[in-house]
Design a protein around this ligand. Structure first.
Ligand code: GLN
Length: 197
């Protein structure tokens, strides 16, 4: 048996615990990542939902923006959910904030409305078998524009809510709040594919 992939969750802010649980459920070895040493020890990373301005600012303060960009450029598989998708993006509409800029999309924050407009939806996600993914949309963004390398995986009301670019997966919704683990399994599968290529 190959060792379980060690999958980090960027743990400055947001729903870190839920992602750790989802990763454990798919057989990964989940760990919290805040420092460079912790980042260096992982085979894949989740950037959780929460508040993207806070996550970006803390990543900058911990000196992790550049190392994250480097690891991702070198092929680290990443799943970003909601705020995590924003942190991965090249650009946000509105005031500038600390971003990794590794995912070639422009995102609109809070695009589906405010907290009170939160909703759950069953989303058909290309590449995920076994029926629609149930996702929680909580002050969720959508992808307003995507570059040529970006594959659209899902739309809701004609708005792009899940994308893939190489080994980067990003969703505007939270799969981890609804007991959904198939995107976490996909992330772990990306690690296995990298190991065998
Ligand atoms: N609106 C938040 C942001 O812009 C994201 C919300 C979420 O992650 N649920 O960071």
């Amino acid at each position: 048996m190959p060792e379980a992939p060690r999958v980090g969750v960027l743990a400055y802010q947001g729903d870190v615990r839920e992602h750790l649980a989802a990763l454990a459920a798919v057989g990964a070895d989940p760990v919290e990542v805040r420092t460079l040493a912790e980042l260096e020890a992982v085979d894949a990373l989740v950037v959780p939902g929460g508040e993207s301005t806070v996550i970006g600012k803390l990543a900058a303060r911990y000196g992790l923006l550049e190392p994250l960009r480097d690891r991702i450029a070198a092929g680290l598989p990443v799943l970003g959910t909601c705020a995590g998708m924003i942190v991965l993006a090249r650009e946000v509409e509105g005031p500038p904030q600390d971003l990794l800029g590794v995912l070639d999309v422009r995102v609109r924050r809070n695009a589906f409305g405010r907290q009170v407009a939160s909703f759950e939806a069953e989303v058909e996600v290309k590449g995920v078998d076994g029926g629609p993914v149930s996702g929680a949309f909580i002050r969720a963004p959508w992808v307003a524009d995507a570059g040529p390398e970006v594959e659209v995986l899902a739309e809701v009301d004609g708005k792009v809510v899940a994308v893939r670019q190489g080994d980067l997966l990003a969703t505007a919704f939270h799969p981890e709040l609804t007991g959904e683990v198939r995107l976490h399994r996909w992330l772990v599968d990306l690690v296995a594919e990298r190991r065998s290529s």
